[in-house]
Design a protein around this ligand. Structure first.
Ligand code: NAD
Length: 499
């Protein structure tokens, strides 16, 4: 037995072998067309499971299920404290299945088992517990209105928050379980019913999540899971007239399509989209900390993180020291399956993503940049790309402008902080950024000037359920996390009583 490899649980092997359907009305049903799609293990390229490939008729069945459950009030009609209790139970059920979920995610998505355990599952369970509490804490306001007519009439006015209805949660492939939970749980806390639509590449944990929601006591029809292609099932879901809100995380390009589709029905939508996130290191930076931060910020989940650091702007006095340290670290990293406990770099999610990242590295070369470390695919069976550090790229070049979504960092020097801010803001994206300095005044003066929904100082990437997360500019519309995330799944109703 190889002690460096995770032993796959029987529960995981059994789950992979199942004939997965769509979760509708609390039951797994086959797609009406009978079509299926294959699910691969990115570390080997081999098929490990197959799922139903839902079409427009399936979308209708899934949405009708969520709509029936919403209209019947089987969830929204519960007392808030009962919804909170059931969501807390869901957290316990997820905890009881934590290792199974982590293994499924690593086998399907490719990421390190350590990340699956700590983030996909561990952090998500904390998120569920945090959000469960909002079920009992939402409320409206009472207004002392001044309506003058008819004379002598007094009024009492107040607002109440009501669940918006059926929520479509459309999820990307980079953190499949965690982002499914980011969509599903705040919507449930608000009293909505949900249709989850995972990515074609990574549907497995969403299917298991749907089953575990039932096990936790969430009534049938409240959480539904639709597998299928984005261009067909996803598109039909976003345009279904009974969907009241679309919560989408994915690329900016598809986000725009969804926005256009949703607006036809005046469906509410929130979009968490791409990023090209700058990391600005001032000359007083603690070099070792900054290198660790860039490795974590840039290479976590092989850079397949919307908030990943991807553009490093380093003040010239520290430039060589930082990039040499980064190159040495990148060259020494061990590549291997996410199920290998010692592997530091794991495969990308798919052959398509591997090719896309390699193409962008080649474009950087052809546009005159130089490769200090890595520089392309690794000679291994899975979808690996070597951790790559790129220098001498121009600010206007493709590698500095386009989201790579792979283990690629591009480093550029600057002389004055104003120059760094101008280059950092010179992007259509504005999801996240980090600033590295021990100069408190510099930090306080620069933070407001950075165009990003999240700015970290002396760290990059940590998220917390209480802290709003979302993008400026083309990185999205709306915020997840915190009270606002739950309120975004409600409509405000104003009530005015004459007496
Ligand atoms: P994607 O946009 O290709 O797909 C996302 C989801 O949308 C998938 O479930 C897909 O099947 C579905 N989809 C595709 N076409 C659709 C359509 N026409 N209508 C409805 N649904 C459709 O994104 P991806 O490649 O899965 O994920 C990577 C992208 O997600 C990156 O751009 C990344 O930055 C972004 N992302 C953003 C955040 C954030 O919070 N801002 C988090 C993670 C990922």
């Amino acid at each position: 037995m190889d002690h460096n490899r995770v032993v796959v649980l029987d529960a995981v092997n059994t789950f992979l072998l199942r004939e997965h359907g769509l979760l509708v009305d609390g039951k797994m049903v086959a797609a009406q067309s009978g079509q299926r799609s294959e699910v691969r293990n990115p570390a080997t390229g081999q098929v490990i499971a197959s799922v139903a490939d839902g079409n427009e008729q399936d979308v209708d069945a899934v949405v009708q299920s969520a709509h029936r459950a919403f209209s019947a009030g089987v969830w929204s009609g519960l007392r808030p404290a009962e919804r909170e209790r059931i969501l807390l139970k869901l957290a316990d059920v997820l905890e009881a299945h934590a290792e199974e979920l982590a293994q499924l995610e690593t086998l399907n998505q490719g990421k390190s088992i350590h990340i699956s355990r700590a983030i996909e599952v561990g952090a998500s369970i904390e998120f569920v517990r945090y959000m469960a509490g909002w079920a009992t804490k939402l409320g409206g306001e009472t207004m002392d209105v001044s309506i003058p007519v008819p004379p002598g009439t007094r009024y009492t006015a107040y607002t109440r928050r009501q669940p918006v209805g059926v929520v479509a949660g459309i999820v990307p492939w980079n953190f499949p379980l965690m982002i499914a939970i980011w969509k599903m749980v705040p919507a449930l806390a608000a009293g909505c019913t949900v249709v989850l639509k995972p990515s074609t590449e990574t549907p497995l944990t969403a299917l298991r999540l749907g089953e575990l929601a039932l096990e936790a006591g969430i009534p049938p029809g409240v959480v539904n899971v639709l597998t299928g292609r984005g261009s067909r099932a996803g598109q039909a879901l976003a345009g279904h007239p009974l969907v009241s809100k679309v919560s989408f995380t994915g690329s900016t390009e598809i986000g725009k399509t969804i926005g256009h589709t949703a607006i036809d029905n005046m469906t509410r939508f929130s979009l968490e989209l791409g990023g090209k996130n700058p990391m600005i290191m001032l000359g007083d930076v603690d070099v070792d900390k900054a290198i660790q931060g860039a490795l974590m910020g840039g290479f976590l989940n092989q850079g397949q993180v919307c908030a990943a650091a991807s553009r490093l702007y380093i003040q010239r006095s520290k430039f060589n020291q930082v990039v040499e340290g980064l190159a040495a670290a990148a060259n020494s990293m061990t590549l291997g399956s996410g199920m290998d406990l010692n592997a530091q770099v794991n495969p990308l999610v798919s052959a398509r993503q591997q090719q896309s990242v390699c193409r962008l590295i080649d474009t950087a070369r052809s546009e005159g940049a130089s490769i200090l470390a890595g520089g392309g695919a690794a000679d291994l069976p899975g979808y690996f790309v070597k951790p790559t550090i790129i220098l001498n790229a121009a600010q206007h070049s493709t590698i500095v402008r386009e989201e790579v979504f792979g283990p690629v960092l591009v480093a550029l020097p600057f002389d004055h902080p104003d120059e760094a801010i101008a280059m950092a803001n010179d992007s259509r994206y504005g999801l996240a950024a980090s600033l590295w300095t021990n100069d408190l005044s510099a930090a306080m003066n620069l933070v407001p000037r950075i165009e990003a929904g999240t700015v970290w100082v002396n760290t990059h990437i940590p998220l917390d359920p209480s802290l709003p997360f979302g993008g400026f500019k083309q990185s999205g519309i709306g915020r997840e996390f915190g009270r606002g995330a739950v309120e975004n799944f409600t409509e405000t109703k104003s009530v005015c009583i004459a007496h």
